[in-house]
Design a protein around this ligand. Sequence first.
Ligand code: SF4
Ligand code: SF4
Length: 481
Amino acid sequence: MSNFLRFQINEKNLYIYDNDSGLIFNIDESLLNIISGERKSESLERDIFHDYNMQYYDSFLKKYDNTCKSISYKGKKKLTIEDIKNHIENFGMKQLIFEITEQCNLRCKYCIYSDKYPYHRNYSKKIMTFEIAKKAIDLYMYYFIKVFQYNPKKRPTFTFYGGEPLLEFKLITKIVEYVIKKYNFYDPMFNITTNGTLLSSEVIRYIAKVKDFYVSISLDGPKEEHDRNRVFSENKGSFDQIFNNLMKIRELYPTLWKNLNLLACYDFGTNIYKAEEFFENVDLPSLIRVSMVEPLFSSYYKRFSLQEKNNFIKTYFCKKKQYIENIKSGEKTSRYSDLLFGTSLFSLYNRFKFYCNNTFFTSFTGTCIPGDKIYVDTEGRIHICEKINSHFSIGNIYSGLDLNKILRLMKKYDEEILTKCGNCPISRVCGGCYATFATKRLFERPEVFCESRIKSTTEDLKDLTEILIHNPTYFRNKYQK
Ligand code: SF4
Ligand code: SF4
C-alpha cells in the first residue's frame, strides 16, 4: 500500500483512502507509519511487536491483499485498435449530439463560446444542413445497431445542442421525422438542451407530441440570480421569458411538463440560500444539475474580488456543514443541496462502479472512452462530446470514427496527463477528463486544478465517512432505489 490519502474525523479518528483499491480504512498513527514506510525497515518487525499484536497486523494486510487483488488497477493492458473497436461496439454510442447551430440569441456572461474561454470556438452563423444531419444519423445507427446486438435493451438517443438549437426548429423537426421513419424499431429518444427562451406555442406543441422527447432548460435560480448572467446581447435578462414559457407548459401540457429538466450554474456571485429557496418553493420542473461555472482556462472569474470569493467559499462550507448534519440526523435535505453538495459525495460512494466500467482502459481520472458518445458539429466533424473544444476531432460523418486517431488521442492523453498522475492519491476518483484538460491541440494539467481537486476530495472523503458512520444505508436508500 503506497498511494493513499489520510484524513481525520473529529480530530481523533484517523482514516486512509487507499487509491489502489479504493478502500477506506480506519487506522491508527502507528500502523499508518508502518504501512507508509515512514519507519526504517530494519526496525519494522520490532515496531510491529511493540505497537501491535503481530496477528492483527498480519490479518490486516492479508485482508487488504485479498480485497485488492480483485479490484486493483495495476497491470493495465497495452491498448490496441481492436480493444477500442470492441469497446465502442459493445458499450459505446450512448448518444448522438448534434451541434445544430453555432448561433445563439443570448450572450450569457459565462458561456464557453464567449471570449472568456479562449480554447473554445466563438458564436458564428454556421448551421447544420439536413444532409449532414442525415449522414450523422445513419453513421450513428450503423454503430448503434452493433451495440444493440450486444445489448438489446439500449435505445438510440439523439440530442440537440448549440448555440441555441431552437433557432433552427425546422431542422430539428426534419431530423426527428427522419429518425422516426427510418429507425423507430429501436425506440429512439430525443433530448434538447435549450436556454428556454424560444419555447413558443408551436415548438411546445410539436415536442409534446413526440414520444420520449426530453427538454433540459438552463435556469440559474430566481430572477436576480438568473439575470445576472443569462442575458440577451443588449444585457437584458432572460428570466421572464423562460418563466412564462414554463408556466405555459405547466398549464397546457402536463405530460410534457414531466419531461422537462432544469440545469443551474453557480459562481462566486451566487446566493446559494436564495437559489435553494427558489427551487424548493416554486412549482418547477425537476432540477437535475447544479454545476459551477467552469474556472479552468478561463478569465471569467477575474470579475470577482478576493472578498467576494472568500465570502462565497465561507457560505458554501457553512451550508455544506449544515447539509451533512441534516443527513446525519435524518432530516430532509433540499434538491438544490443534494445536487450542490451530494453529487460529488455520491460519486465517491459509488466509486467501485466507475472502476469496473473503465478500469481496463483508463486507470486514472474520470475520463470516458472516445466513442462512448459522439458529438457532430455543423460541418460534420465528430468530437468526443459537447464539452470538449473543437481541436480534438475523432472522425467525420463521411468516413466514420477514425480509430487510429482515437488511439493516438488516448496515448497523447496518457503521455500529457496520466504519466504525471502516477503518484496522485486520488487518481482513480479525480474526475478530470479530455474536456477538462483540452487546450489548443494539447492536454494540460494545471497544478491549481490538482491542488483544489485533492483538497475537495479530502473534504468529501471526510463527509462521506461521517455520513456512513451515522447512517450506513443513506446513499443506498437515497440513490439506488
Ligand atoms: S444560451 Fe448557451 S450557448 Fe447561448 S449564450 Fe447562453 S450559455 Fe452560451
Ligand atoms: S488530481 Fe491532478 S494529479 Fe491527481 S489524478 Fe487528477 S489530474 Fe492527475
